[in-house]
Write a protein that binds this ligand. Structure first.
Ligand code: TYD
Ligand code: MG
Length: 481
């Protein structure tokens, strides 16, 4: 039995200390220190640290194969794109997200797809093989069908049975040594761990999901991936409060970090890359959770605008960039007299600071009477807008509600709003306009361009404005002004 000692570890950021601290000096969280038992100097560390068997440095030119040409293709296009174009052998990918958001579903679909190319081992610490089988049967009918067409519910029987492959192996296991043993026996090309919080290393005397276990187990999977060329997907839960023993502290250990986001009560799900050693970050894949699993949404702008009521006051269309892809979304604003002295500003899907800034600009620069008004803003479809390019749409939605006057239904609004009420240019204007034109929008109200040389797509009328005031004039319907 290895000698053990106790230490205290912050469950939020992973900082270790000799005694419990009230407030963590690293991350500033309160009461996050938990006592853990750790084995003194694990034996495998000692064995590997003498350098025997370590690889010698090699010239770059003599190193075999770039990862690009050996990616395993993945037919779930939205997922493949976020990964940078398929699964890289030997990579360790972390997929985080709130419980119930669809991580297990997406990865089981992936496992079913990938089983056609080689063995896949799906290790679950949360569900029994029978439960997973039930889900697989439910998903089976949807595999490969992405048009959301109800006729797709029916598939010929031979096609149905083809999907479940003998190459997909399931096991319910949480013991790290047992999992590694299975991997050695089965030699899969893809290993899925659902979830990393349930796995424990029996040599470490702390509970599954603790910081020490998460680190150690992830590190073992990393070594496994790098030494064998096996691709490993780790599922990690994040809690609403943020990071308690969450995947955050594993981010630096893995090659790729993806987050699956969305409102549990709405069907859209965004798969977002926040770190990717093999592709672009900020790439986003859009899915919809339907009765038959996670379905790709090939044209998300259309989906986000599907329920829009044209010519309603307080509705504006923004064009936001998600990674390299422009997305059209509806921003709704509603103002109503506040009951108390302190008016509320409440935003769903927008940054609160941005909302406060815009209401302040509307109050001071356009003399809108917002001081006694509650302001509510909502981004339709559960999307979160992070960029200032949606400022104009946000401001216009609020102003339109105050005036009780609809905005032009066929116009998109693009632009950042500055503190003096000026409209500022935003990047990727041509891509944004192209997407708007493709969806049938006739005009775009946007900042005056500094670089006139930039080629803009045809088929959409560009109305340039210098200030928020000018832009709002261009965006509202003249007849009712
Ligand atoms: P799940 O993948 O278990 O979430 P996670 O692993 O992230 O915790 O998904 C859970 C939810 O998804 C559950 O509430 C049911 C729903 N769901 C569907 O709507 N359609 C489906 O085909 C499946 C399998 C699940
Ligand atoms: Mg799950």
């Amino acid at each position: 039995m290895a000698k053990v000692h106790t230490r205290f570890v912050c469950q939020s950021c992973g900082r270790a200390a000799a005694k419990a601290l009230g407030r963590c000096p690293q991350c500033g969280e309160w009461n996050t220190y938990v006592e853990e038992l750790v084995a003194d100097e694990p034996t495998r560390r000692a064995a590997s640290s003498n350098g025997a068997g370590a690889a010698a440095p090699k010239p770059l030119t003599q190193i075999a194969g770039g990862a690009e040409n050996e990616r395993m293709p993945l037919s779930i296009g939205e997922f493949a794109r976020v990964l940078g174009g398929g699964i890289v052998p030997g990579s360790l990918v972390l997929i985080g997200g709130d419980p119930g958001i669809g991580k297990s579903t997406l990865l089981l679909q992936t496992a079913m797809e990938m089983a056609a190319q080689g063995r896949v081992l799906y290790v679950s610490g949360e569900e029994s093989p029978a439960q997973i089988k039930m889900r697989a049967e439910r998903l089976q009918r949807s595999a490969g069908v992405a048009d959301g067409n109800s006729a797709a519910d029916w598939l010929p029987p031979d096609q149905e049975t083809k999907q479940l492959s003998d190459s997909l192996l399931l096991v319910t296991e949480t013991n790290l040594d047992a999992i590694l043993h299975h991997v050695e026996q089965i030699k899969p090309r893809l290993l899925i761990i659902d979830s990393i919080q349930t796995v424990y290393d029996p040599q470490i005397d702390s509970s599954a999901g603790s910081v020490t276990q998460l680190r150690e187990c992830s590190d073992r999977f990393r070594q496994l991936a790098k030494s064998s060329g096996l691709a490993v997907f780790l599922i990690g839960h994040v809690t609403k409060e943020g990071v308690i023993a969450g995947p955050r502290l594993l981010e630096h250990m893995v090659d790729t970090v993806l987050y699956l986001e969305g409102d549990r009560f709405q069907s859209f799900r965004l798969l977002r890359a926040v770190k990717n050693r093999f592709g672009a970050t900020a790439e986003v894949g859009v899915f919809e959770m339907v009765g038959r699993g996670m379905q790709e949404v090939p044209n998300p702008s259309e989906a986000f605008l599907a329920e829009r009521v044209v010519n309603a006051a307080g509705s504006a269309i923004a064009v936001t960039m998600e990674g390299t892809r422009p997305l059209l979304v509806e921003v709704q604003g509603l103002t109503s007299p506040s009951a108390f002295g302190n008016p509320r500003r409440s935003g769903n899907g927008v940054d609160t600071n941005r909302l406060l800034l815009i209401t302040a600009v509307l109050t001071r620069r356009l003399a809108l009477p917002l001081a006694e008004q509650d302001v509510f803003v909502n981004v339709v479809g559960g999307l979160r807008i992070g960029e200032p390019a949606a400022d104009l749409a946000l401001a216009a939605a609020i102003a339109s509600s105050v005036w009780d006057r609809p905005l032009r239904a066929d116009a998109v609004l693009i632009g950042e709003v500055g503190l003096s009420g000026e409209l500022r240019t935003v990047p990727h204007t041509p891509a944004r306009l192209k997407e708007a034109a493709a969806l049938g929008f006739k005009s775009a109200v946007m900042p005056r361009r500094l670089r006139k040389s930039e080629e803009l797509p045809s088929g959409i009328e560009v109305r340039e404005a210098r200030s928020l005031r000018e832009a709002l004039e261009l965006a509202t319907l003249k007849a009712q002004a």
